[in-house]
Write a protein that binds this ligand. Structure first.
Ligand SMILES: Nc1nc2c(c(=O)[nH]1)N[C@H]1C(S)=C(S)[C@@H](COP(=O)(O)OP(=O)(O)OC[C@H]3O[C@@H](n4cnc5c(=O)[nH]c(N)nc54)[C@H](O)[C@@H]3O)O[C@H]1N2
Ligand SMILES: Nc1nc2c(c(=O)[nH]1)N[C@H]1C(S)=C(S)[C@@H](COP(=O)(O)OP(=O)(O)OC[C@H]3O[C@@H](n4cnc5c(=O)[nH]c(N)nc54)[C@H](O)[C@@H]3O)O[C@H]1N2
Ligand code: SF4
Ligand SMILES: [Mo]
Length: 721
């Protein structure tokens, strides 16, 4: 048995990749031919695909030469994207051929090193471990096996993995949503009956006013900025609420910069203003809000002066904002993930949704809510139940899973996401260390690979066919474009092989995503009108649901019958679980509120940037890394002066959880007393520009009732050197 050090393995990974590539391409490589000046002689094929890196779900044509992707071009006829893509999506060309990629499965050895094993052996080991847990724990086995979900390469991989879990009786799959926009989607679900955007992005053109509430659209959904541009050209009033100046500020008619985590107060104040100025239609409001009379009581205290004292926004700006909302007859609110990242997010989101209902801005054209990471088409659970029988087992969230791991009560963890997406990531890592068997499907030698007992290399999207879904609930299809190197296996294949070994009677047999898609579509009524042939032809996808092929695709508002999709068609002001919106308080740990500690006076905000995608993948490409600048912290000139900091100074950014080294970037894009740093860097990337301890390592393990929270805790900057 041979074992390798990790450094050693990286080299082998690269060598294997080169070997795999030469087996694949008997012809000289595309770059070799370019050098020889004979490019014209290489046959070029274009194959349709889509980018899995965010919910815009851009479709593209890939140019392929000699088995390699040489470029991607956004699909011009895609209604949603207009043929645009963004740098992260484009980085796929580099990622697929990355020399850092791990391409063979490997098993952890007692001395901590790795042994390279075959794919078949990996499948065998996993299914045997699962069978062992089932033998030992019988009906309780399900609670001892869990999976964290990535944003999969395709929907079929997701379904295959969920079925493999169910084959062992487990339902414990942690969606990225927990750390994403879950407070927003849950509140929308609770109040309107639809846990996603209630309208479509092209409806922005039919609105009179658009409020981008913590939604940094231009940087984080670049292809959608054209909808904002068109809306602006049509005269739509664009209001932007974000403490930071961003690229989205450029398209806004007005920006409000509240203190982080205080949007709830801004929204309740708006409700009060609308009530006070009688800028609502009472019968319409009562039609949508069940306990309408409670609103007056809840909002009574939130005068513009009080709102100003809490948000820091001057009274006249607040009043101008409220006036714009009170006068607009058609308003779409686009909720950014930021609002789900504070422990008081629930009250804030409920207030915004109530405000929209009060102004009758939920039902109809040019009205409604948009979110990031919008609704996933339903049907998976139906399909899984169809094969495995219904289950009533309650699902864990990550907080419970973390406790279970800490108690040593979890036997197998399929770690498919980054664990750094959860706050207090060092605490999470320590909890994972108590799990005896951790399987990580991934691509690179990351923190997650480090945490694993078994590593299984996954495929990038061009290396397998499959369907995906986007923000507009559009379902798209891609073909397999190139052959994966080495033993990289698509997740649908890995989980199918594990599931079939474990429970061949119930786990459905399918050859590939096409086969699974057809089986799925045949069973689930809401997919009946979406045959694969139709997806294949559609440049921007087909919008789910479609119960028959003759049914037209849904456009505009989800509420087609002049009512919410809740049981009685209405929403409530006072909720038995979440209480009253007037119980608003500062986010937990915020130095603005009662949790202020003199040692940590600054407000820490962090989030995403244009050139990076999440915690992992784009950290491994120069396409994006060239724009990274290393770990920086944005500091307002006033704060810098008070702290004696100069541009470029090295500092430790510290919370009560820990510290990270950063360099100081002095800019008025952040408010005085508030700092910002990006959330994507990772410590293990070979690209120095992107190397830093992850920000989650210094964020406290705070949750609201729904989601893991990340923002707003107190921090300080300690000058180094
Ligand atoms: N480049 C890039 N694009 C992405 C992603 C990525 O990783 N990289 N991820 C995608 C995913 S999964 C998601 S969920 C979306 C997330 O998209 P967003 O939710 O928009 O992303 P965030 O960076 O978390 O926060 C957005 C903005 O909220 C602001 N903000 C911070 N605190 C507050 C506050 O208290 N109030 C208000 N009103 N604003 C505040 C921040 O300054 C920031 O500009 O982006 C998607 N797009
Ligand atoms: N501090 C902080 N934390 C955050 C955020 C933040 O703004 N700040 N944003 C949050 C948000 S909005 C989100 S959506 C989450 C995202 O967090 P994650 O879901 O952890 O995102 P990624 O970094 O893309 O990690 C996905 C990993 O899954 C694996 N993977 C990718 N594709 C496949 C596949 O097809 N099959 C398998 N088996 N594995 C695959 C890869 O190893 C990849 O590294 O992070 C959240 N966490
Ligand atoms: S906008 Fe999203 S889907 Fe489109 S290329 Fe960028 S990351 Fe991919
Ligand atoms: Mo997200």
């Amino acid at each position: 048995m041979e074992s390798y050090s990790r450094r050693h393995f990286l080299k082998i990974g690269a060598a294997l990749l080169a070997g795999g590539a030469s087996i694949m391409n008997d012809a000289p490589s595309a770059s070799g031919m370019l050098l020889a000046g004979k490019t014209g002689e290489l046959p070029t094929e274009t194959v349709k695909g889509y980018c899995p890196f965010c919910q815009v779900r851009c479709t593209y044509q890939a140019r392929v030469q000699a088995g390699k992707v040489v470029s991607l071009t956004g699909e011009k006829d895609n209604h949603w994207t207009g043929g645009a893509m963004c740098p992260k999506g484009m980085s796929m060309v580099e990622l697929v051929a990355s020399p850092y990629r791990l391409t063979e499965p490997m098993l952890r050895q007692p001395d901590g090193g790795w042994e390279r094993i075959t794919y078949e052996r990996a499948v065998e080991i996993v299914s045997e471990r699962m069978a062992e847990v089932m033998r030992k724990h019988g009906p309780k086995a399900g609670d001892r096996i869990a999976l964290t979900m990535p944003l999969w390469d395709c929907r079929e991989s997701e379904i295959a993995a969920l079925m493999a879990l169910r084959a062992a009786g487990s339902v414990h799959a942690m969606p990225p949503g927990e750390t994403c926009v879950s407070s927003a989607s849950n509140m929308l679900g609770l109040m309107t009956g639809v846990n996603c955007g209630s309208t479509k992005v092209d409806e922005l053109l039919n609105a009179e006013t658009v409020v981008l509430w913590g939604a940094n659209v231009n940087e984080l959904y670049p292809p959608y900025s054209r909808w904002l541009e068109q809306a602006r050209e049509k005269g739509v009033n664009i209001l932007y609420v974000d403490p930071r100046k961003t690229l989205t500020s450029l398209l806004a008619d007005m920006q409000l910069r509240p203190q982080p985590g205080t949007d709830g107060v801004l929204a309740i104040g708006a409700i009060r203003y609308v009530l006070e100025t009688r800028s609502y239609d009472e019968s319409r409001a009562r039609h949508q809000i069940e306990d309408f009379d409670e609103l007056t009581r809840d909002a009574a205290d939130y005068t513009p002066e009080k709102v100003s004292s809490i948000t820091g926004v001057p009274v006249d700006r607040i009043t101008a904002f409220y006036q714009a909302i009170a006068r607009s007859s058609r308003t779409i609110v686009w909720i950014g993930g930021a609002l789900s990242r504070y422990t008081n997010g629930i009250h804030c989101l409920r207030s915004i949704i109530l405000l929209q209902a009060l102004r009758d801005n939920l039902i109809g054209s040019g009205k409604g809510m948009l979110t990031f990471q919008s609704g996933k088409p339903a049907g998976d659970e139906e399909f899984i139940d169809h094969h495995f029988g219904e289950t009533k087992a309650p699902k864990m969230n990550f907080r419970r899973l973390r406790n279970t791991m800490e108690k040593g009560a979890l036997d197998i963890l399929f770690l498919n996401s980054s664990y750094r997406r959860y706050p207090d990531s060092k605490g999470v890592r320590a909890a994972i260390a108590k799990v005896p068997f951790v399987v990580h499907c991934g691509f690179f030698m990351t923190e997650e690979t480090d945490a694993a007992s078994l590593f299984v290399p996954a495929t990038f999207s061009p290396e397998s066919q499959g369907s995906g879904y986007g923000n507009e609930q559009q379902v798209v299809w891609r073909e397999k474009i190139v052959q994966a190197p080495g033993s990289c296996a698509p997740s649908w294949q890995f989980y199918r092989d594990v599931g079939r070994k474990l429970d061949p009677k119930r786990y459905p047999d399918f050859k590939d995503p096409e086969d699974l898609y057809r089986q799925f579509q045949a069973v689930i009524p809401s997919w009946k009108g979406m045959p694969l042939e139709r997806l294949r032809k559609a440049p921007g996808g087909v919008v789910w649901p479609l119960f028959s092929e003759t049914e037209p695709e849904r456009v505009g508002s989800v509420f087609s019958e002049d009512r919410m999709l809740t049981e009685n068609g209405k929403m409530k002001v006072v909720d038995s679980l979440f209480g009253r919106i007037s119980e608003w308080d500062y986010p937990k740990g915020s130095p603005l509120g009662k949790d202020r500690k003199e040692e940590y006076p600054l407000v820490l905000t962090q989030g995403k940037e244009l050139y990076h995608w999440q915690q992992t993948l784009t950290n491994y490409t120069r396409t994006t890394a060239q724009f990274a600048h290393g770990r920086y912290v944005s500091v307002n000139p006033g704060t810098a002066e008070k702290q004696g900091l100069q541009q470029g100074d090295k500092v430790m950014l510290e919370t009560f959880v820990g510290g990270i080294e950063c360099w100081v970037n002095i800019t008025d894009s952040v408010l005085d007393g508030t700092i910002f740093t990006p959330s994507f860097y990772n410590a293990k990337t070979p690209l120095e520009e992107n190397r830093s301890e992850h920000i989650s390592s210094i964020l406290p393990n705070y949750w609201d009732r729904i989601s893991c929270q990340h923002n707003g805790v107190g921090c300080r900057l300690r000058k180094l050197g």
